[in-house]
Design a binder for this molecule. Structure first.
Ligand code: SF4
Length: 470
């Protein structure tokens, strides 16, 4: 049994990356059994779940969306906000009830929640019906643990790791777009964030492994890759590489669309901007988290940039990358955020006129410095600020979308529209969701679409023709 420890997780002693090639052979011992997988949280978790799915299917399990017919229930969890944790706990209640009358029902909890000592303490005391708990660093232990015979709860959570796993198989959710991990962990330690503790120190995959994966995806018909890391700008610092060089190498593979997420404004270099501007297949879309417009709050958040520096970077991107769309993340109600601090945030939103923003009320995470900060701001005030911010954000996102009305844009069509089954949906190069009137045969293709209606969160359009290959 290995239990998490936040002090160990915080340790950033320099050590060599360990590149581990997984060559695993498991027999299909769970033939005729079913698994139910639920994923909470960010894209990193969504992509981890593609690996988890692959492990489960290698063992012979097949997917079910019906919890009651599952034999193995896997929850890939998120620790970033309290409500994510509450949702998991609520769902576990249902699993506990089902397990009461079943001998062949295993519950597995994986991911960021497992890295938190207070969660593990609670699981050991109050949730003994959970069979297996695995942290973010050793997902690959899942098949081994499922295959073991045991009669007590198994907890295998490593607090930090130098490992980079290669040769991981993925049962990908899409045959059109794919996530590609380029690095793991984060060393930024923003004071509100639990990620550096749950995901460990920054460590980069080798450039040649990433390029090989992208080439393989392209060969298999994938149209778009999204390079994935908690802070992709930091890619390569540990191995003498840079993100701009990686981005250029990925663009040169000729895959039709390249995206990346997430970028920290602090070390977004001029070279990165130049590479994005230079290659047509690097999409002109950047997610650039602001978090706050107040220098006072940015300092308390340990974000390492000022409002002025953020705006300089934002303007440089807008000037140098034609047609770039920029979205952001904003936290309201950070401990003791004053009205004046909040006004600074609104000022940045008015200046940047973002294409979209994910907005949140500050949620204290146990073990982070911000959770210990004094906070006199009542929740009612925080909710009012969020409401005001959302109104402004939605106004600009609608304005930006209106500019596309009657324009012809290129859209990568991904599948049937959730809103209207007679339509299909996809994304523009600037990451705008479009519901398209057109034949189902265009799914998987990049097509030209005329925009017929624009709302705050999506566009409507009609299919014109397929994009002519260059
Ligand atoms: S950059 Fe900051 S907010 Fe983003 S994952 Fe790292 S610590 Fe968290």
């Amino acid at each position: 049994m290995h239990l998490p420890d936040l002090n160990v997780a915080k340790d950033r002693k320099k050590s060599e990356n360990k590149y581990i090639n997984l060559e695993e052979n498991y027999s299909k011992v769970f033939q005729n059994k079913k698994y139910f997988l639920r994923t909470y949280g960010c894209q990193m978790n969504v992509h981890d779940s593609e690996a988890i799915r692959s492990y489960l299917e290698t063992l012979g399990l097949t997917n079910t969306e019906n919890l009651e017919e599952a034999n193995v229930v896997v929850l890939n969890t998120c620790a970033i906000r309290e409500n994510a944790r509450d949702k998991v706990m609520g769902f576990l209640g249902k699993c506990k009830y089902l397990k009461k009358n079943r001998d062949d029902f295993k519950i597995v909890l994986l991911g960021c929640m497992a890295e938190q000592p207070d969660v593990i303490d609670d699981i050991q005391k109050n949730h003994q019906y959970i069979d297996i708990v695995i942290g973010t660093h050793n997902l690959y232990d899942l098949p081994k643990l499922l295959l073991q015979e045991f009669n007590k709860q198994q907890i295998e959570v490593y607090s930090n790791s130098d490992e980079i796993i290669e040769g991981m198989n993925y049962t990908r959710d899409s045959k059109i777009t794919a996530w590609v991990n380029i690095m793991y962990g984060c060393d930024k330690f923003c004071t509100y964030c639990i990620v550096p503790y749950t995901r460990g120190r920054e460590r980069s995959r080798k450039l040649e492994s990433i390029i090989a994966e992208v080439k393989d995806l392209k060969k298999n018909g994938y149209k778009e890759v999204t390079l994935l890391g908690q802070n992709v700008n930091a890619y390569g610092k540990d191995i003498g590489e840079t993100f701009s060089h990686l981005l250029e190498c990925v663009a040169k593979t000729g895959i039709e669309r390249v995206r990346f997420v997430t970028s920290h404004p602090w070390n977004f270099t001029d070279e990165m901007i130049d590479v994005i501007a230079k290659y047509d297949n690097i999409m002109p879309y950047i997610h650039l988290p602001l978090q706050s417009g107040s220098d006072n709050i940015l300092k308390k958040m340990n974000r390492r940039y000022t409002k002025k520096e953020y705006l300089e970077l934002f303007n440089k991107m807008k000037e140098r990358i034609p047609g770039v769309a920029i979205t952001t993340d904003i936290i309201v109600g950070f401990p003791n955020e004053s009205d004046a601090d909040f006004e600074e945030t609104l000022d940045v939103v008015r200046t940047c006129k973002y294409d979209g923003a994910y907005t949140f009320i500050f949620s204290p995470r146990e073990g982070t410095p911000a959770a210990k900060m004094e906070d006199k701001i009542p929740m009612r005030v925080k909710e009012e600020r969020l409401h005001k911010l959302n109104e402004l954000v939605n106004y600009y996102s609608n304005q930006n979308n209106q500019k596309l009305l009657n324009k012809v844009v290129e859209v990568l069509i991904l599948g049937d529209s959730e809103k209207d089954a007679s339509k299909v949906y996809g994304y523009t190069d600037t990451m705008k969701l479009v519901n398209v009137e057109g034949p189902k045969s265009i799914i998987g293709k990049i097509v030209k679409v005329k925009i017929t209606d624009a709302k705050s969160f999506s566009l409507d359009g009609e299919y014109l023709e397929e994009k002519v290959a260059n």
